[in-house]
Each structure stands twice: as structure tokens, then as C-alpha cells.
Design a protein around this ligand. Structure first.
Ligand code: NAI
Length: 696
């Protein structure tokens, strides 16, 4: 794992976490800090001790650093990040390695990331197991490598490659790492044995990376790498900081460059973005903890049946295949199945073409999927998941069928976005086995998974759903049953308030650009166009009968739909789109519809500032989030922050809507809440934010 490791060692721990062995004149320092061998103080001190020992002891010719358990040093101990670091810090350990007169070998299996890979970079030789990954993922945590990573890596890979690796935070598989020069060799057999051989082969020779020159490269290539990095940064301050340190560091002496890097690292470490990203990091882990499930063992799931091979069904199939499950994909017709299969095949073909996976791996993965129109195949599955049309008339009979077909102990899941899970669960006749697994589109890419716990879902089934989320590498959040669960409900409130602002005088494109500048991947109107306006339109029609006529209702989206403007797929929605695809442009037709709605509403018009737009939109999210917490649909504030970042394009470096709200001056937030109440008018539920923000 990235500099994303956790340690279980309590703060203030005195004992070191490195065991020593000796073999054939080589001192073997074995990192022993389960579960992920984070670079906690005890590890750093243990490594410093190893170097001291090797320096003094004439019987030692070389040192090998290797991880005990399942990994090398997988990253720094993030728990230590927000606090003053205890000595020895990583740069001091690195200095000890470089000053040690005997060569030091890093033998990497599992993950050698962040501070772990920086330690490997200080060694005289790096060898990794075939399935190991290495890299410098710090920028994702709002910081930069702070122990020489930005200065040593370019000496091995060249500047433009180092820029790409550091600013993309990419974890590089060992075979590719060897090609790039990040490591010296890939072990073909036993890692420890081959590392020992390499240690002997060095015959006492030091080969410090710091003494190498940075390979010559054309300035043009370096500039192109910098430009690409900035394009991907999207407001993340750590990326330009890394670029500056890489460029300036290359032009000064090595020690001065290290000092420059460390200063930038220290500045970022305490900054707002790094704090927000650490909040997200811990939110993801905390979301796994659900009251009452501590001692519940999950069921074993290996074969997954997916009913519905549409957009979602095929994406979900890829997600399960990638995680090693067997998948049976079912649809009503051969045509629907063929289309689903083609989507899945295309996904792997693209991954192979882009070099993300090897052809034989793709072939092996695809061998784990079976497609059929025969529902009876579901009887063989441990998990039966439906992703059929979003209508009770379709889903209720499907749930009845799943209930009848599922073998004892199997779990039945629905991917519904809005329907009442309890009603679906009752239809199955086995409500205790039913859970919502709400994936987001595209299901194999979007990181969020909402696990929807019905009134009668058994604890074991919830625990299994969480275990599935973990194996799928999703950010998994448990939600209770309610319209839109967590994410869609908050997003609906946000979008509603953005529409209020449009009706009161702000242009849709102003709202989008203000929120994009705040850091959203896309503004709400661009998102609507992308996903299609018809889905929400259908939902509004479904809810129309129960809507109180006194509640404020903005007609613009309905009128756009009536005019056939359903979004990108019809060439226009909120924006117009060029036939060849690409960015939308403000549409005259939309402006006309907006103007008509404004007139029809009779509301006073006024200009909005960008700041006001952002405050209002985010306060709407925070208000709805607090209501969800009060209703018990979400269990904690950080779960909501996690959901909005991983499913709705909320910028991770802003921490999430409640993290954001907790950092606003109380008077400013209160004023924004007053504006929300005034804009919404009748029926607005104003949440009490104080208790929520105290814990955010
Ligand atoms: P889709 O229309 O692309 O696919 C639905 C598939 O289900 C079609 O291939 C259809 O032939 C099949 N189907 C319908 N009735 C069936 C039956 N009785 N037996 C077997 N197959 C049947 O729809 P999409 O977008 O994949 O959505 C599916 C579900 O996923 C819906 O419940 C939707 O709310 C949910 N969802 C959709 C999201 C999205 O962004 N599209 C996001 C999250 C959830």
C-alpha cells in the first residue's frame, strides 16, 4: 500500500520493530511491523541500529533489508503524519544507509511504497519479487516524497519518467519497474536467496544512487511531462510542489536539493489539503467498522451471478472478475448478453492495448466468466445480484425468482439506486439474505460502493457485503433504507439548490464553473448532461403524486426534457454538444427555457458571486448530510465525506462536505443556511449542524 500504511504500534513505543539474522556474512534486517510493515518509529530505529551494527562488525560484509510477513515497508505510518516526527526520521535512516561502509540491499516483496521505496532508493541494490509493486504515491496524500525520493528517482529513471511517476502516484509492478530502472532486478525464484546472492556479488562495493548523474534528456520532453502532470493535478497543490522540487533540485547540489525537498514536504504536511486527504484515508478505514458486526464472520463468496447484462451489469461483472471471483452473467436475450459480453471484452482489450495488463492475464480473467439466458444457473451462485431495469414491475418478480432459486446461505443483492430495498427484500421471501449493493457507473471504475442495510438484513449478510467491498477495493459505506440512500439523496439536495440559483439569476455555466474551480471534476449541470436528464425526470414523475404543491419546484429540467434535450446523448441538454463529442457550450435554447421559467416563477432576479454559489451548494450538501445522520441512514460524518468524494466528484483534497463545513467560520455557515432556508421556502428541513460538525 501507498504511504498509506497503518501501524498498530502504540505511540511512544520503545521497542524496535526489526529482527536481525545473519547468513553467510550478510546481516539480514527483517521488518516486523504487521500488518503492513509501516515505517513507524520502531522500524526506523531498528534500521538505524542495523547500520550501526554493520559499520562496527567486521564479520558483516553486506546488509539486506527485507519485510517479514506479506510485504516490504509499504509506506510511512500515517498516524504520525499530523504530529511532530520522532527521531530518527526517514532521512536520518537513509543517511545511515548511505554512510554505512557495507553495501545495503533492498529485497522487496508485496509493496515498497512511499517512505518504504525511498529507503530502497538509498540502498546500493534493489531486487523485487515478481508480483511486488513500488512507487512514490505521496502526492495523493497532499504531500511530496520527503526523504530524497524526488532527487534519487530521476537519477535512475531520467527526469521526465520520474516526473510522471511522482506526480501520478502510480504503483509500478516489478517487471515494469525493472525496465524503468526503478529497481535493479526481478527475482525469478526465492527473493531472499537471490538477494543474498546479489549481496555477495557486490563484493563490498557501495553504489549510491546519490552519486549518479541525472541522465541527459531533451528539455522539450521534460516540459511535456510537467505539462501533463499539471493537467492531471486538478487543484492538488502537492503536484506543482513536486515539480518545483524536481526541477530546482536538479540544478543545485544534492544536499541542498534534499533540504529544499524536506522544506516543501514539511510545509505541505501540515497544510489543509494534506489534512483533508488524511481525513479521507482514515474515513475509508473507519467505514469498515460497523457497530454490532465486530464478531460477525462473513460468508464465503466465490461465484457471483449477475442478472441484467446492461451498462451496470457488465461493469459490475468486470469489477468482480478483476477481484478474482467467478461470474455468471445472465440476461433475457442472446442479443443483450452478446452486447454485455462485448462491453466486457472491449474493456480488457483496451487494458491490454494500454499495457495495463498482460494478454495472458486478460485471457485468464475472461475464462472466469460464463454467460447464459438460463436463470437456473443462479442456483450455483453464492451471491445473486440483480441489475435489471429500475422499475418495481420488473424488479419485484425478479426478486421473487432470486429468492426461489438461491441456494441456502446464498446472498441476494439489488443494485437499485432509488427503489425501496425493504419492499424488494420482502418480495424475495428471504429478507434476511437481502442487501443493497449500490454500484456507481462505470461500476468497475467508480470507487464508491453503498451497502444498503434493509430492516431485516442479517448482520452476517452486512458483514459479507463489507468483505466483498474490501475485496473489490471499493470505498464501502453502509447506508440505511431511504430515498436515494446516502449519496443520491445528498446529491439531489445539492442539485436542487443549484437549480434554485439558476431560477433566481445565476447561469448554469456560472454555477458549473464556480464548482469546478472549487475542485469538482464536473459541475452539476455538466454531470446531468452526461448521465442523461431522463433518469431524474422519470423519478420526479414517480414522486409527483406525493409532492406537496407548496414546495418550491423548478421546472427548467422538465422543460428541457419535454423539448427533447436529454443531455449529451441527444446532442444537447443544459449545454449544446458538437456531434463529434467534446466540451459543451452554453445553449441558446436552454437560455430561452431558463428565461421562461424565471418569468413564470415571478421571483426577483439578482446576480450571484462564485463564492456565494459554492457556499450555498456545499451548505445544501452539509444540511442534507446532517439530516441523514439524524435519521440514522448514515452512521457517521466521515462515511458521508467518503461517499461524496468517491462517488460524486467532490474534490478529495477538500475532505468532503462535512469536513468542509466544519472549517467554515460559524457565522458564514449560519448565513448560508439562512439563505438555503429562504430559497427553499415551504417544507425546508433545517438540520442542526452543531453536533455533526463537532465530530467532523
Ligand atoms: P440497462 O437498461 O443498461 O440494463 C438493464 C438490463 O437488464 C438489460 O440488459 C435488460 O435486458 C436486463 N433485464 C431486464 N429485465 C430482466 C430480467 N427479468 N431478467 C434478466 N435481465 C433483465 O440499465 P442499467 O443502467 O444497467 O441499470 C440497471 C440497474 O442498475 C437499475 O436498477 C439502475 O437503477 C441501477 N443503477 C444504474 C446506474 C446508472 O448510472 N445507470 C447507477 C447505479 C445503479
Amino acid at each position: 500500500m501507498a504511504a498509506e500504511a497503518e501501524s498498530t504500534a502504540p505511540a511512544g513505543e520503545q521497542q524496535t520493530l526489526v529482527k536481525f539474522e545473519r547468513e553467510d556474512g550478510v546481516l539480514i534486517a527483517i521488518i516486523d511491523n504487521p500488518p503492513v510493515n509501516a515505517g513507524s518509529w520502531g522500524v526506523r530505529q531498528g534500521l538505524a541500529d542495523a547500520m550501526a551494527l554493520a559499520t562496527q562488525d567486521n564479520g558483516i560484509e553486506a546488509v539486506m533489508i527485507i519485510g517479514g510477513g506479506k510485504t516490504f515497508i509499504s509506506g510511512s505510518d500515517i498516524r504520525e503524519f499530523g504530529k511532530p516526527l520522532r527521531e530518527p526520521q526517514v532521512p536520518q535512516v537513509i543517511q545511515a544507509i548511505e554512510c554505512c561502509p557495507k553495501p545495503v540491499i533492498a529485497a522487496i516483496h508485496g509493496a515498497g511504497l512511499g517512505g518504504g521505496y525511498e529507503i530502497a532508493l538509498a540502498c546500493d541494490y534493489r531486487i523485487a519479487a515478481q508480483d511486488a509493486v513500488v512507487g512514490l504515491p505521496e502526492v495523493r496524500l497532499g504531500i511530496i516524497p520527503g526523504a530524497g525520493g524526488t532527487q534519487r528517482l530521476p537519477r535512475l529513471t531520467g527526469m521526465s519518467t520520474a516526473i510522471g511517476l511522482i506526480t501520478s502516484a502510480r504503483r509500478v509492478p516489478a517487471p515494469e519497474a525493472a525496465k524503468l530502472g526503478m529497481i535493479d532486478a526481478v527475482a525469478t525464484g526465492d527473493l531472499r536467496l537471490e538477494a543474498l546472492r546479489a549481496a555477495k556479488a557486490l563484493a563490498g562495493e557501495k553504489r549510491r544512487v546519490r552519486d549518479l548523474p541525472i541522465p541527459n534528456e531533451e528539455e522539450e520532453r521534460i516540459r511535456a511531462a510537467e505539462a501533463a502532470a499539471m493537467k492531471g493535478a486538478r487543484g492538488l497543490l502537492s503536484v506543482p510542489a513536486a515539480l518545483r522540487v524536481l526541477r530546482e533540485g536538479a540544478g543545485i547540489g544534492f544536499d541542498a536539493a534534499l533540504a529544499l525537498e524536506r522544506a516543501a514536504f514539511d510545509e505541505l504536511r501540515y497544510g489543509e489539503q494534506a489534512t483533508a486527504l488524511r481525513h479521507q484515508f482514515f474515513a475509508e478505514r473507519q467505514a469498515q467498522q460497523v457497530a454490532g458486526l465486530e464478531k460477525v464472520a462473513p460468508r464465503n463468496i466465490e461465484t457471483v451471478g449477475i442478472l441484467g447484462a446492461g451498462t451496470m451489469g457488465s461493469g459490475i461483472a468486470i469489477a468482480f472478475l478483476d477481484a478474482g471471483y467467478r461470474v455468471i452473467l445472465i440476461d433475457r436475450t442472446d442479443e443483450a448478453l452478446a452486447a454485455g459480453r462485448a462491453r466486457i471484452g472491449e474493456n480488457y482489450a483496451k487494458s491490454v492495448a494500454a499495457g495495463r495488463i498482460a494478454q495472458d492475464r486478460a485471457t485468464q480473467t475472461l475464462a472466469r466468466i460464463e454467460t447464459t439466458t438460463d436463470n437456473e444457473a443462479l442456483a450455483r451462485c453464492d451471491l445473486l445480484l440483480e441489475a435489471v431495469f429500475e422499475e418495481y414491475d420488473v424488479k419485484l418478480p425478479v426478486m421473487r425468482q432470486l429468492g426461489a432459486l438461491a441456494k441456502p446461505g446464498a446472498i441476494i443483492a439489488s443494485n437499485t439506486s432509488y427503489l425501496d430495498l425493504d419492499r424488494l427484500a420482502e418480495a424475495s421471501g428471504r429478507a434476511q439474505d437481502v442487501v443493497g449493493l449500490h454500484f456507481f457507473s462505470p461500476a468497475h471504475i467508480m470507487k464508491l460502493l453503498e451497502v444498503v442495510r434493509g430492516a431485516r438484513t442479517s448482520p452476517e449478510v452486512v458483514a459479507t457485503a463489507l468483505a466483498i467491498g474490501k475485496r473489490l477495493k471499493k470505498a464501502t459505506v453502509v447506508a440505511g433504507v431511504g430515498e436515494g440512500f446516502i449519496g443520491n439523496r445528498i446529491y439531489a439536495a445539492y442539485r436542487r439548490h443549484c437549480e434554485f440559483m439558476v431560477e433566481d439569476g445565476a447561469a448554469p455555466e456560472q454555477i458549473d464553473s464556480a464548482l469546478e474551480r472549487f475542485g469538482f471534476a464536473m459541475g452539476p449541470f455538466a454531470v446531468s448532461d452526461l448521465s442523461g436528464l431522463d433518469i431524474a425526470w422519470k423519478m420526479r414523475q414517480r414522486l409527483a403524486a406525493t409532492r406537496d404543491p407548496r414546495t418550491r419546484y423548478v421546472m427548467i429540467a422538465d422543460w428541457l426534457c419535454e423539448a427533447g434535450r436529454l443531455g449529451r446523448k441527444t446532442g444537447g441538454g443544459w449545454y449544446d454538444y458538437p456531434p463529434a463529442g467534446g466540451r459543451g457550450t452554453p445553449a441558446l435554447e436552454t437560455a430561452r427555457i431558463v428565461a421562461e421559467c424565471r418569468t413564470a416563477s415571478g421571483r426577483p432576479q439578482r446576480p450571484f458571486t462564485d463564492d456565494e454559489i459554492v457556499r450555498r451548494a456545499l451548505a445544501a450538501m452539509a444540511n442534507e448530510a446532517a439530516l441523514l445522520l439524524a435519521e440514522g441512514i448514515a452512521q457517521r460524518a466521515s462515511d458521508i465525506d467518503l461517499a461524496m468524494v468517491n462517488g460524486y466528484g467532490f474534490p478529495a483534497y477538500r475532505g468532503g462536505p462535512l469536513f468542509w463545513a466544519a472549517r467554515q467560520p460559524p457565522a458564514v455557515l449560519e448565513a448560508a443556511m439562512d439563505e438555503l432556508a429562504q430559497a427553499a421556502g415551504f417544507g425546508f428541513h433545517r438540520a442542526d449542524l452543531a453536533p455533526v460538525l463537532a465530530g467532523a
